[in-house]
Design a protein around this ligand. Structure first.
Ligand code: ADE
Length: 233
């Protein structure tokens, strides 16, 4: 998979993409992540990328020309399955959307900043708009990190244990059951005996039961909220 990210703040991606699972996925060649600075496509001598909003009001708006030039350069090199804009008014990200996007080959992600981007970009160049939650971030970069992580970690071969992504919370419409590790007894706080029984069937049954109880208690209706993204559209 190729994931191309367009941003005014490329440095914001350095940490998140250089560790752990995202780092390993890139090293294994399962994903190529390229970060491009939109400012490089600004044409005036000050490399200007934002301007005051028509009609007045607070905040700056990202200008159409540098963004469109940048998108056009990218489109000349690959055919994108989706050109995604991250915005608080986009469709709410969930596991189903991540699953769907993980089946794609080329994704372009545009990060907005300031008061957003010129609406004409959204209307004419963006194919999908995604929000990571009902709150406002300073820009799309953090959201792009979240989106990238949700997609990349489920690419086949990224996680060592192939089944572990499938048993994540949400993949079966349930949250995860509780997990424990050593010591068995911490200051009198004990791990449920069943987990030490060695009976795999009973343990699996217990975990499923716990997942059901937790889902009902914490996220009732979770499995009704989302299409899990089988890839059939
Ligand atoms: N940009 C600003 N806030 C955002 C959010 N909640 N989701 C996606 N992009 C954003």
């Amino acid at each position: 998979m190729n994931l191309d990210i367009l941003t005014l703040f490329p440095e914001m991606f350095e940490g998140p993409f250089s560790h752990s699972i995202l780092k390993r996925a890139q090293e294994k060649g399962l994903v190529t992540i390229n970060i491009y600075n939109i400012r490089n496509w600004a044409t005036d001598k000050h490399k200007r990328v934002d301007d005051y909003p028509f009609g007045g009001g607070a905040g700056m708006v990202m200008m159409i020309d540098p963004v469109v030039r940048c998108i056009e350069t990218m489109k000349a090199t690959r055919e994108y399955d989706e050109i995604i804009y991250l915005s608080p008014d986009g469709e709410l990200l969930n596991q189903g959307i991540a699953n769907q996007l993980s089946l794609k080959t080329n994704l372009l992600i545009l990060c907005g900043h300031y008061k957003g981007i010129d609406e004409r970009i959204r209307q004419h160049f963006i194919t999908r708009e995604i929000s990571i939650g009902d709150y406002v971030l300073s820009g799309g970069e953090m959201a792009a990190v979240v989106l990238t992580d949700t997609i990349v970690r489920i690419l086949p071969g990224v996680l060592n244990d192939e089944t572990s992504a499938l048993s994540d919370s949400f993949q079966d419409g349930l949250v995860s059951p509780p997990a424990y590790t050593r010591p068995f007894d911490y200051r009198g706080l004990k791990v449920p005996d069943i987990l030490l029984s060695g009976n795999d069937r009973e343990i699996a049954r217990w975990r499923h039961e716990q997942a059901l109880i937790r889902t009902e208690k914490r996220r009732p209706g979770l499995n009704l909220d989302q299409d899990m993204g089988s890839g059939v559209e």
